[in-house]
Write a protein that binds this ligand. Structure first.
Ligand code: IMP
Ligand code: MG
Length: 176
């Protein structure tokens, strides 16, 4: 299986810093609650908050949308919910990648039902060509082409999450 670099570690670092600046401008006096989506969003969230030098809180939720396949089923299963009350909070959802949009759409709708003061989405990668349902993306790290990507928290069958850059996975093994 070949892996080709799409976004280098240095570019990721710079972009995360820029996003943190944008978020700071909008939230610095609001003590926002950043909700990371497990597992994929953990690395992005942890890098992001190391650049947020103002008061905020974090929590996590976990959903499963892909199983071991690389094609979305359009079904999203809740595995772990957040226990932090969202009423009176400014909520910012932190996700690794948006593809068809089903996952974020479901999360966004569910969290908004709890009537937070505001609810926005910050996504590291936007695979815009594959969108099936509309979701409002307030902060986007990079727009990416339609390839299966790994690294920086993103996995393929639970592998490659640890990679420091974003890589394209070449599924078509060419033997000889
Ligand atoms: P969506 O529901 O189709 O938007 O899929 C979003 C979820 O699928 C993300 O939270 C990821 O976990 C996973 N996903 C989508 N595209 C990729 C990819 O290229 N690499 C790894 N995971 C992906
Ligand atoms: Mg995910």
């Amino acid at each position: 299986m070949k892996l080709k670099i799409l976004i280098k570690e240095k570019e990721i670092k710079n972009r995360v810093k820029e996003l943190a600046e944008e978020i700071k401008k909008d939230y610095k006096d609001k003590n926002p609650l950043l909700i990371g989506i497990l597992k994929g969003g953990f690395m992005f969230l942890s890098d992001l908050i190391r650049n947020l030098n103002f008061p905020h809180e974090i929590d996590f939720i976990r959903v499963a949308s892909y199983g071991s396949r690389t094609v979305s089923r359009g079904k999203v299963r809740w595995i772990m919910k957040s226990k932090t009350p969202l009423k009176q909070r400014h909520v910012l959802i932190i996700e690794d990648i948006v593809d068809t949009g089903y996952t974020l759409k479901k999360i966004y709708t569910q969290l908004k039902r709890q009537k937070p003061l505001s609810c926005r989405i910050c996504v590291f990668l936007d695979k815009f060509d594959r969108r099936k349902v509309k979701v409002p993306l307030h902060y986007v790290g990079f727009k990416v082409p339609d390839f299966f990507l790994v690294g920086y928290g993103l996995d393929f069958n639970e592998k490659f999450r640890y990679l420091k850059d974003i890589r394209i996975i070449d599924m078509e093994e060419k033997n000889g």
